[in-house]
Design a protein around this ligand. Structure first.
Ligand code: GDP
Ligand code: MG
Length: 375
């Protein structure tokens, strides 16, 4: 029975290309000359920056002096935050899976159809969903209730996540330069603040370069985060040359013996082409100033934009050779399955996930913890 389901699906799938491979369809909207159309680019620039100032800065952690007990406490705190951040996605994956079995004790075609819909709703992606359903249909005789089904899903998802590309070696060069890119509103500045604070609390000297010179508010927002994290910031006037700010950031890092430079960048220019050219120019300037740099090009993606995040990754990667991804706002979405799509569809490691707006809400992506938090 389950096998019939799979044949039927396979046929359907051949007729219709899976959405997680239709990467070049969405971006056409991005060719627009009209900046108001930047919505297609995931832009949400009308947000209030004001509330940032109302937030109380968080105390920074001191990794070096922690006792084992404190470390365990911290890691369970991290897991709690991860779990609560993923609450909306977990609700779909667990509550709704329980519901699938209402009045049923066995897997049948109808149940598999419903499960398929559920997985796609959580943004796991069509192709990955098909693969997961196939594995489940093969093992359907083992499944007599929701718990077995969840266990098999957990195993399969973990296997997928573990098979993805791993982040490369840590910090070797000094200064180590991280260029942060992504469209407006995805969380670049926030993630830079969180990262700066992490590095700084682990004893690294950090300099932030405010190379998003597009709006004065962007420079102010980054300055607030730099203060919170207790790190230096290099900034110029609004509308000044972003590449020059990046250049000065590296110069300052060398002069001040800093370990890490994090370069913020703009996410919106009038056309997509302009944005990519601007970013390429910043990258070239960084390499000229410091051969081998930037050591990391960190792309920020917003989980709430769903499959659109994959299109963005493709575009930025084509232009700039992204070395890693930070996926933000997993706490604001029931579509946390996008993590699985990203790991599966892209050859870029998922380095960090953001599960809230606070400094401690940026976590290194750990497949096992992620799956444990989901089910
Ligand atoms: P940028 O335009 O890419 O620099 O984006 P910002 O850093 O200014 O972030 C845009 C908004 O997203 C801000 O209101 C942030 O507080 C919020 N944000 C960033 N990361 C997260 C996250 O992981 N979870 C939540 N809930 N909000 C986030
Ligand atoms: Mg910003």
């Amino acid at each position: 029975m389950a096998l019939n389901w799979f044949k039927k699906k396979k046929h359907k799938q051949e007729e219709k290309a899976p959405s997680d491979q239709k990467i070049d369809e969405v971006p056409e909207a991005l060719e627009t000359e009209d900046p108001t159309d930047a919505k297609a680019f995931g832009d949400n620039d009308n947000r209030e920056h004001q509330k940032l100032e109302d937030e109380t800065p968080r105390p920074l952690q001191t990794n070096d002096q922690e006792s084992d007990q404190a470390a365990t406490k911290k890691s369970s705190g991290f897991f709690k935050r991860l779990k609560s951040g993923l609450a909306k996605t977990r609700e779909i994956l667990t509550t709704d899976i329980n519901d699938l079995f209402t009045g049923k004790r066995k897997i049948d075609d109808e149940l598999l159809e419903e499960l398929e819909e559920l997985l796609i709703t959580s943004d796991i992606g069509v192709q990955t969903t098909m693969d997961l359903i196939q594995s489940i249909s093969v093992r359907s005789s083992e499944i007599t209730g929701p718990d077995q089904l969840k266990n098999i899903l957990r195993e399969n998802i973990l296997e997928l996540l573990n098979a993805t590309v791993k982040p490369s070696q840590g910090i070797v060069d000094k200064p180590h330069v991280i260029m942060v890119i992504g469209v407006n509103g995805v969380g670049k500045t926030t993630t830079i603040g969180k990262l700066a604070s992490r590095f700084s609390s682990s004893g690294k000297k950090v300099i932030i370069a405010a190379a998003d010179t597009f709006r004065a508010a962007a420079i102010e927002q980054l300055t607030i985060w730099a203060d919170r994290a207790g790190v230096d910031i290099i900034k110029h006037k609004e509308m000044s040359d972003p590449a020059a700010v990046a250049y000065d950031g590296i110069q300052a890092a060398v002069a001040r013996d800093a370990d890490i430079v994090i370069v913020d960048t703009a996410g919106r220019l009038h056309t997509r082409k302009n944005l990519m050219e601007e970013l390429k120019k910043i990258k070239r300037t960084i390499s000229k100033k410091l051969p081998g740099a930037p050591h990391e090009i960190l792309l920020i993606l917003d989980a709430t934009t769903g499959q659109n995040a994959l299109s963005q990754a493709q575009l930025f990667n084509d232009a700039l050779d992204v070395t890693g991804i930070a996926l933000t706002k997993l706490d604001g979405t029931a579509k946390g399955g996008i993590v699985i799509s990203i790991c599966n569809a892209l050859e870029i490691p998922l380095n960090y996930i953001g599960v809230g707006e606070k400094i401690e809400d940026l976590q290194e992506f750990d497949p096992t913890e992620f799956v444990n938090a989901l089910f």
